[in-house]
Design a protein around this ligand. Structure first.
Ligand code: SF4
Length: 357
């Protein structure tokens, strides 16, 4: 698809002018030049909205003002600050990258696009953002916001998640980039997508692009951008038993390739369907507890992840003889020490509701 050059020039000029005159979106990492802090903000913002990520950014930069400080941190402390952000792979990669930069690169953040994109957990979007914001390198960011703005403004109905679409949007974004100030351009398009050309009810009347926007002219805003793949969401059923002995609770560190890697949880029995306590008692995992205590139902919670819905049911159960229990890698911890342990959001909510925190 060929887009007229005049329309492309209009796009870039309007966007940059809008950025310098009307873009009043305030975020603490904007105009930041320290590549470590830019990287940190971009890792936090992957799959997280800016307002949700903001307190995490502030907490991390306060606890670890330099990459060396983060590299020297205790894993458990870093996971605890990350707690609630989800996608814990990001946290694991972040720590590995901080240690790589500190140990292998002598604490110096890479200053080329190739060097940045080679870092663990850094994809094309994050690399373009760091390269342009920290070093003014001419790389255009392309993410959901950018797909939306470009698809609507240029009236592109090629699916943005197909191979052809990805290629088309990436090369168009690169062509539109204002190379004299790539940082300003990238910031402008991200902010316009987040605050003006929003997925629902975009603010076209105050949009600097409205005069030549094809979607607006042809009444196609709700139809663009086009996506082919529908997100498949898996339903999972977690039955959690809070095992208690005196002032101690049994917790387990999650390992293996699954969600919440490296976080802690209570005694888990996962079932394929919602299961009541009578059926749960018949499972080998419950029988392994070898207890005659009566489990008490303590509530249920639902947590929505991008590809999974986690339905959790919680029970409390006293354990009389913990020393005879053999339960994998878990350990008994003092209730007072629970706050120091990193748990997934759903367990934090349960513990808070039931006054364990
Ligand atoms: S005019 Fe409306 S649809 Fe077009 S780019 Fe602006 S906000 Fe988006």
């Amino acid at each position: 698809m060929e887009t007229p050059n005049a329309q492309k020039r209009f796009f870039t000029k309007q966007l940059i002018t809008w950025h310098h005159t009307d873009n009043d979106r305030q975020l603490p990492w904007k105009s930041e030049k320290d590549p470590y802090k830019i990287w940190l903000s971009e890792i936090i913002l992957q799959q997280t909205r800016a307002l949700q990520g903001l307190p995490y950014y502030l907490n991390f930069t306060k606890a670890y003002p330099t990459v060396r400080k983060m590299a020297a941190a205790d894993d458990e402390d870093v996971y605890r600050i990350w707690q609630g952000l989800g996608y814990y792979n990001r946290c694991r990669n972040m720590l590995a990258t901080a240690r790589y930069i500190s140990n292998e690169l002598n604490g110096k953040f890479p200053d080329t696009h190739e060097g940045i994109i080679a870092l663990k957990g850094v994809g094309p979007y994050t690399a373009a953002a760091i390269a342009s914001f920290a070093y003014g390198l001419p790389h255009a960011v392309v993410d959901g916001n950018v797909y939306r703005v470009l698809a609507r403004f240029f009236g592109i109905d090629t699916p943005s998640d197909g191979t052809e679409g990805k290629k088309l949007f990436h090369s168009l974004a690169q062509e539109l980039l204002y190379t004299e100030d790539s940082a300003a351009y990238n910031q402008a398009i991200m902010d316009l997508g987040a605050t003006v050309c929003t997925p629902q009810k975009p603010l076209c009347e105050s949009c600097p692009l409205q005069k030549q926007c094809i979607a607006l002219k042809q009444d196609m805003i709700a139809l663009l951008p086009v996506r082919t793949k529908k997100l498949k969401v898996k339903e999972r059923h977690f039955n959690y038993l809070l095992l208690q002995h005196d002032d101690k609770i049994w917790v387990n560190k999650r390992e293996g390739k699954d969600i919440w890697h490296n976080l802690h949880e209570l005694y888990l029995i996962e079932t394929d369907t919602p299961t009541d306590i009578n059926d749960l008692k018949k499972t080998p995992a419950y029988k392994a507890l070898d207890t005659k205590s009566k489990p008490e139902f303590a509530g249920s919670l639902k947590q929505q992840l991008t590809h999974q819905t986690i339905h959790s049911r919680f029970y409390t159960l006293s354990i009389e003889t913990p020393e005879t229990l053999v339960l994998g890698h878990g350990k008994w911890v003092d209730i007072k020490g629970l706050k120091k342990i990193a748990f997934p959001k759903t367990i934090v909510s349960f513990l808070e509701k039931n006054f364990y925190f």
